[in-house]
Design a protein around this ligand. Structure first.
Ligand code: ASP
Length: 340
């Protein structure tokens, strides 16, 4: 992507919902950056996926990865890169965030998002919002323009109004595919009440990104519609700092996807960073331990994208697949299925 195209893309996304100034580069430009993204984990099997569908997902992942990579290369901050990557994925109806989010059992789209700045561990989060076009934009506004970390429901919507953040009719989030999924799930749950997992259809579809920029700073961002058929007022791990999202310049940045309840109970994202801090593990060791041992022992499922302060990245997931991609200094990779 040429520089001018990048600015146009940023401004087009920016126009969709921010009151603050458009971002501009603040770090040295060059190849000293890393970006890792995900579009959800779950029962994603090659044999259940048409070539057309697979290539559509690859295209979406590659587009957002391209945008974030180009931003980092041009000297934009990790915080801006993860925010814009997540905005692009929120606007893509294939993923369970923003447009195309899953439905609650009551037939609503209730969205959660969080962003964290590894420089000072400042963080912003929103939960259960129903009119915010890009919840990650609101999470960033909470981080930068309030003395609190998380706003939920009506309060979050009021905060958005006060700060000029774009709101839409809740119908904007509707997709037939997600609505039908919820109907099937609610029907199945009449038999198996409160089950999280149902059929081979279980895919989490949350979106997230972690990055290290040319200044050496880390950031993480995650956004989701939660779980299909979730009960009233349910909040998952995505907006919980330390569960689904975490960033600390000294050790790591993490964004998670999966059965949120388990990620909250295990404090997954913070634990991955803590293992590096206390045990000196590599990012691959700590993320694999937390996903393949801690989470798996608890019978939770899902995965993470994680990077360390050197820009090494790791994907860890215990599901058959996870939509994911990485760009380390221009070397890119996009994967969907488990390689094993
Ligand atoms: N972790 C999200 C939640 O529990 C769901 C997902 O990853 O798709 O809300």
């Amino acid at each position: 992507m040429r520089r001018i195209t990048l600015i146009v893309v940023i401004l087009a996304l920016y126009g969709t919902g921010m009151a603050a100034e458009a971002p501009s580069p603040s770090c040295p430009s060059g190849k000293d950056y890393t970006l890792a993204i995900h579009g959800g984990a779950g029962v994603i099997l090659k044999e259940n996926m048409t070539d057309k569908r697979e290539s559509a997902y690859r295209k979406s992942l590659s587009k957002s990865l391209g945008l974030g990579g180009q931003m980092l290369e041009e000297g934009y901050s990790a915080l801006d890169a993860v925010q814009f990557v997540v905005m692009a994925l929120e606007n893509d109806p294939k993923f369970n965030a923003g447009k195309g989010a899953v439905f609650s059992a009551a037939g609503k789209n209730e969205l959660d998002a969080a962003i964290m700045d590894g420089r000072d561990r400042n963080a912003g989060a929103v939960s259960s919002v129903t009119t915010i076009k890009n919840p990650i934009v609101l999470a960033r506004a909470v981080m930068e323009n309030s003395r609190h970390v998380m706003f939920q429901g009506q309060g979050a919507e009021d905060f958005a109004k006060e700060h000029g953040i774009e709101q839409v009719d809740p119908k904007y989030f509707y997709t037939k595919r997600r609505y039908d999924q919820m109907k099937r799930k609610v029907k199945a749950n009449k038999v198996k009440k409160h089950s999280f997992l149902d059929t081979a259809e279980t895919k989490y579809g949350t979106v997230g990104a972690v990055a290290k920029d040319g200044c050496g700073n880390l950031a993480a961002a995650t956004s989701t519609g939660g779980l299909t058929g979730k009960e009233f007022g349910r909040v998952g791990d995505t907006p919980i700092i330390g569960a689904g999202t975490y960033a600390d310049n000294r050790y790591c940045a993490v964004s998670a996807t999966g059965t949120g309840e388990f990620f909250i109970r295990a404090g997954v994202a913070r634990d991955i960073c803590s293992r590096r801090e206390y045990l000196g593990e590599s990012i691959a060791q700590s993320s694999n331990h937390v996903i393949h041992k801690t989470l798996t022992d608890m019978k939770g499922d899902g995965g993470v994208v994680a990077i360390d302060e050197q820009g090494n990245y790791s994907f860890a997931f215990n599901t058959p697949g996870m939509y994911r991609g990485a760009n380390k200094g221009g070397k890119t990779l996009i994967e969907i299925f488990d390689a094993k």
